[in-house]
Design a protein around this ligand. Structure first.
Ligand SMILES: Nc1ncnc2c1ncn2[C@@H]1O[C@H](COP(=O)(O)OP(=O)(O)OP(=O)(O)O)[C@@H](O)[C@H]1O
Ligand SMILES: [Mg+2]
Length: 208
C-alpha cells in the first residue's frame, strides 16, 4: 500500500480538489484507491464523490482522531493507494500520522504570505517524512508563480504546478476530475503530471 497525506494549515489551498483528482488518476491507472475524508467539519470530499456516477475511487469518512486506524484497516484490505484529505487546521495529529504515510503533499498558494503560513505545518513534517510542496490554484498570468516556485524549490521538493483553470470548477459540478470532463485540456495534463510525481514519490519514499 502506498499512502499520501494532503494537508496544509491554510484553508482553500486545493487540498480536497487535489486529493479527489489524484485518486481518479490513480484509479484510471489501475490502482485500487481509497480516499480518506479526514475533514470532519466540511466533508467536501465526500460531497464531491457523492456527485459521481462511477464506483471509484472508494471513500471513507474518518474523524481527525481515527485516521491512523483507518490507514491500518486500508492496509489489511489491501488497497494499492490511500490518499488522505486533511482539514484546514492543525487539529489533525500530523506528527503522529507522518509516521504512517509514505508521503505528504503540501498544496500552497503562489503567494509569499501563503508560503510563510505553511511553516506551521512544515515543522510537523520536515525531517520526519518525505514531502513536497505543490503550488496550486496558480494564476497562469502571474509572474509571482515562478518566483514562489523558485523560492520553494531552492529549499524543498516541489511538484508540478496546478493552475487555476475553469475545467476544475466545471468538472467538480458533476463530481468529475478534469480528465473526465475535458481530457485534452490543460488542467487534465497538469494533474496527470502531478499524479506521476506523487506516485513516484510514494514508491521511492524512504522514511527520513
Ligand atoms: N486548480 C484549480 N482551478 C480552479 N479552481 C480550483 C482549483 N483548485 C481548487 N479550486 C476551487 O477552489 C475552491 C477551494 O478548493 P478546495 O475545496 O479543494 O480547497 P481546500 O484546501 O480543500 O479547502 P478547505 O481548506 O476549505 O478544505 C473550490 O471551489 C475548488 O473548486
Ligand atoms: Mg478541503
Amino acid at each position: 500500500m502506498r499512502s499520501c497525506l494532503i494537508t496544509q494549515t491554510k484553508g482553500g489551498t486545493g487540498k480536497t480538489t487535489l486529493t479527489f483528482a489524484l485518486g481518479v488518476e490513480a484509479a484510471r491507472a489501475g490502482a485500487s484507491v481509497l480516499l480518506l475524508d479526514a475533514d470532519d467539519t466540511q466533508r467536501s470530499l465526500t460531497s464531491l464523490i457523492a456527485k459521481r456516477s462511477g464506483d471509484y475511487p472508494a471513500i471513507a469518512e474518518v474523524s481527525s482522531g481515527s485516521v491512523s486506524d483507518a490507514l491500518r484497516d486500508a492496509d489489511v484490505r489491501a488497497y494499492d493507494v490511500v490518499l488522505i484529505d486533511g482539514p484546514p487546521r492543525a487539529s489533525l495529529d500530523v506528527r503522529g500520522l507522518v509516521r504512517q504515510v509514505d508521503f505528504v503533499l503540501l498544496p500552497v498558494g503562489a503567494s509569499p504570505l501563503d508560503v510563510e503560513a505553511s511553516n506551521i505545518i512544515l515543522k510537523h513534517v520536515q525531517g520526519r517524512v518525505s514531502f513536497a510542496y505543490v503550488i496550486a490554484r496558480a494564476d497562469p498570468r502571474r509572474a509571482v508563480v515562478g518566483h514562489v516556485h523558485g523560492v520553494l524549490a531552492a529549499a524543498y521538493s516541489v511538484g508540478p504546478t496546478i493552475y487555476e483553470r475553469s475545467d476544475w470548477v466545471t468538472a467538480a459540478g458533476s463530481g468529475r476530475a478534469p480528465v473526465e470532463w475535458n481530457p485534452n485540456g490543460k488542467a487534465a495534463g497538469e494533474i496527470a503530471s502531478l499524479w506521476k510525481y506523487v506516485d513516484a514519490q510514494m514508491r521511492g519514499a524512504a522514511k527520513v
